[in-house]
Ligand binder design. Structure first.
Ligand SMILES: Nc1ncnc2c1ncn2[C@@H]1O[C@H](COP(=O)(O)OP(=O)(O)OP(=O)(O)O)[C@@H](O)[C@H]1O
Length: 615
């Protein structure tokens, strides 16, 4: 037996490690299972290149709880270590690695979410154990050894009688970490971090079969060959769906479609992204994209790696090239990471384009579920915006779907105004703006349905980038004003009568909310109509959807368009006093009702009054 002192300058790094990584101390298991996996894969490699003649077989990793003795065992059948290698890799490499890591990242540790996930390797065992043992036998013909260390830099190394190849790590679990002797806890950790690791991991046994055929078999907790490690050509639609549910066992919805990522230059990255049906409440989307490094789960916080607009997607990304033991701000500035993010953006755009080209009808059907992600992408990623023109759709209220170019083409004859501007009429709510939509349709115009919360930002951008294109919501003004043509309608009322009408109305209609706008419209168009100017409403919406407060707080202001050619206009002029006031108030209430503005007390009074009238 030999004993010695590990050569570290930090006198006792274990308390430090423990404190430093306290919140994340459960990662020890992932680190140890990763080491076991590495040892197994290294041996596989040596066998495959003919470096050794040992039988590789079907090695697995076993995690075993010994509750009685308060021990947790992690056993592998990998390449093992000789006494010299323990000396070198454990006493020197791992220790100095841990020390170096601590020195380097002590200060940046606070602001990072990812830090602590990788880099401490073997020594993370001391976060939960007060004594760690290694019993290991190398694949080389050398005796097994038993290393023990109790958390001080002192260790012992003696011969062991282990005869089979591989390494057994024994953690003598500390009193404050006894939860790691609970089966449910270990099961939870293995499922979280090791579910897709490349070597089978056994945790206990389970019964399979029925009746007399019942057999005890190993309980393998992982799928060593997850879908993303395969070639797209090997996978069917069903396989992709199956994997989705494997990834999110609590998710019962089917994904809409998937994007298989596969790149090996200039960085390595594989993965599968899924477009989910977005639930209206985005807060409820708790299944997130998971980041793996060589099939080891790292985090489901992919901010910085995946462009923000795609964080609403689901799936996995696996890349050995994402630096993990660095702070988040560094990650965002890292050139490789930016490349990865750009690659993902491009790949998603290409996939959307091919889905659109291959089966447009299907794409149109899915539009409602994906539009939010795409519209957000157009606003936030210039690279995505460039490509989006060929597949982003503008549905009409009659369920036609146009791309922007198609839309321009379809509308140009009827909806170009006298100044040569193409006016796209849109609605944000088919039901609420029904009467306005009908008026537009009566003119032979098409109305586009744009109902996402960020739509005002989007159309603002489209207007900026497309000369002579303007968007107007159907209720922004009366229809002839939205698309101004040269033809003049003649007013039945004289100038004088019009002025009088306006004055009368201004005396009764609340000024702070409504600006009276008299217009000579078609005699059977609505006599009173409430509109809200496009610019004002859009700025308000942009503010609400996030975009600063640069215009101050807008009050609720509307226009009251009064049709001077309507019979009601004449009636108002011909009556006086109470009767006139009643007429105006009734008409105003109807206009408010049609715009969804009649609420609360005013609505109650309106209903009561009208019941009285029909008695
Ligand atoms: N189960 C094992 N079988 C064989 N060798 C092992 C095993 N566990 C650890 N080692 C050796 O000990 C070394 C140090 O392990 P440690 O986990 O500290 O660092 P690492 O795995 O090299 O890197 P990382 O810090 O990313 O985990 C490994 O590189 C490996 O050579």
């Amino acid at each position: 037996m030999t004993s010695g002192k590990i050569n570290v300058t930090v006198e006792n790094i274990f308390p430090l490690i423990k404190k430093f990584l306290y919140s994340d101390h459960e990662i020890f298991l992932r680190e140890l299972v990763s080491n076991a996996t590495d040892a197994t894969l290294k041996l596989k490699h040596l066998c495959s290149i003919g470096e050794t003649n040992v039988e590789f077989g079907n090695p697995k990793i076993e995690v075993r709880i010994d509750k009685e003795n308060k021990k947790l065992h992690i056993i592998d059948q990998g390449l093992g270590m000789t006494a010299d290698e323990v000396e070198k890799y454990i006493n020197q490499v791992a220790f100095s690695g841990a020390e170096e890591f601590l020195e380097k990242y002590k200060d940046s540790a606070k602001d990072s979410g990812i830090i602590g996930h990788f880099g401490l390797g073997f020594y993370s065992a001391f976060m939960v154990a007060d004594k760690v043992e290694i019993i290991t036998k190398s694949y080389k013909d050398e005796p097994a050894v038993h290393w023990t260390c109790d958390g001080s830099p002192e260790f012992t190394l003696e011969k062991a009688d282990k005869t089979d190849r591989g390494t057994e790590i024994i953690l003598n679990i500390a009193e404050d970490s006894l939860e790691f002797l609970e089966e449910y806890k270990i099961n939870e950790l293995l499922t979280k971090y090791n579910k897709f690791m490349p070597v089978p991991i056994k945790f206990g046994t389970k019964t399979e079969g029925e009746g007399d055929d019942k057999v005890e078999v190993d309980n393998i907790i992982n799928n060593p060959n997850p879908a993303w490690t395969k070639q797209p050509s090997e996978l069917t639609d069903e396989d992709y769906k199956k994997f989705y549910h494997e990834l999110y066992p609590m998710q019962f919805e089917e994904p809409l479609f998937n994007i298989h990522l596969n790149v090996d230059y200039p960085f390595n990255l594989t993965g599968i992204l899924y477009f989910p049906k977005l639930s209206a409440d985005l807060q409820l989307q708790k299944d997130k994209i998971q980041l793996y490094q060589n099939q080891v789960f790292v985090t489901d916080n992919v901010e910085g790696i995946v462009p923000e607009f795609l964080t609403m997607l689901k799936g996995v990304i696996d890349s050995p090239d994402i630096p993990l033991n660095v702070s988040r701000s560094y990650l965002q500035a890292d050139g490789n990471v930016k490349k990865i993010s750009n690659y993902i953006t491009r790949k998603v755009a290409d996939k959307l384009k091919s889905l659109f080209n291959e089966n447009r009808e299907d794409f149109e059907q899915k539009w409602n579920d994906i539009k939010m992600v795409l519209e957000y992408g157009m606003l936030s990623e210039p690279k995505f915006y460039e490509k989006a023109g060929s597949f982003v759709l503008y549905p009409t209220t009659d369920d036609k779907f146009y791309t922007l170019e198609e839309l321009k083409e379809a509308l140009k004859d009827k909806q170009t105004d006298k100044d040569g501007k193409l006016v796209v009429l849109y609605t944000s709510n088919k039901e609420a703006q029904h009467s306005y939509i009908e008026q537009a349709k009566a003119k032979g115009y098409e109305v586009v349905l744009l109902d996402s919360p960020i739509v005002s930002h989007l159309i603002q951008k489209l207007e900026m980038d497309n000369e002579n294109l303007t968007f107007a919501r159907v209720d922004a003004d009366f229809i002839d004003n939205l698309i101004k043509k040269d033809d003049n309608t003649i007013s039945k009322l004289s100038e004088e009568e019009q002025t009088k009408l306006k004055e009368t109305l201004e005396n009764i209609v609340p000024k702070q909310t409504y600006t009276i706008q008299t217009e000579a419209l078609d005699s059977n168009a609505a006599p009173f109509m409430i509109t809200q100017p496009e610019f004002m409403r859009r700025m308000k919406e942009m503010q609400a959807a996030g975009g600063g407060n640069m215009f101050g707080n807008f009050p609720e202001m509307y226009n009251l368009v009064v049709n001077t050619n309507s019979e009601l206009a004449t009636s108002i002029l011909q009556t006086e006093g109470e009767k006139q006031t009643a007429l105006i108030n009734q008409a105003l209430d109807l206009a408010k009702l049609s715009q969804g503005l009649l609420k609360g007390e005013a609505l109650t009074a309106f209903i009561k009054r009208n019941f009285e009238n029909i008695k």
